[in-house]
Design a protein around this ligand. Structure first.
Ligand SMILES: [Zn+2]
Length: 104
């Protein structure tokens, strides 16, 4: 009987570690997917600039001129915020951070 309870304790500990790692890798995957989503917008901006000769004022310009079919959301359904000031562009997710690029 004692052996069984030791075994149950060990199983509980191991599955605890397993679930913790599973959760960690889910969070990392979500963050990676989010950053990829932001990089897609960034790449569309760069191609837009090469073809149109200036960077887009907003993400609507990217859709109107068919550089993107739509602006995807973060895997956690957050909307990306796209701002620019002069030559400095920022794409931001409220949860996973931002990417910034200077277009000079
Ligand atoms: Zn995000």
């Amino acid at each position: 009987m004692k052996k069984i309870s030791y075994l149950l304790i060990i199983i509980a500990i191991v599955s605890g570690f397993y679930l913790e790692n599973l959760e960690k890798s889910r969070l990392e995957t979500e963050k990676r997917a989010c950053i990829l989503g932001m990089k897609m917008i960034q790449n569309a901006c760069i191609i837009y600039n090469i073809e149109v000769g200036k960077f887009p004022e907003n993400t609507k310009a990217l859709i109107d001129k068919k550089y993107l079919r739509r602006i995807d959301r973060c895997p956690l359904n957050e909307k990306y915020k796209f701002t620019h000031s002069g030559s400095f562009y920022e794409i931001k997710c409220p949860i996973h951070g931002n990417i910034m690029f200077d277009v000079r």
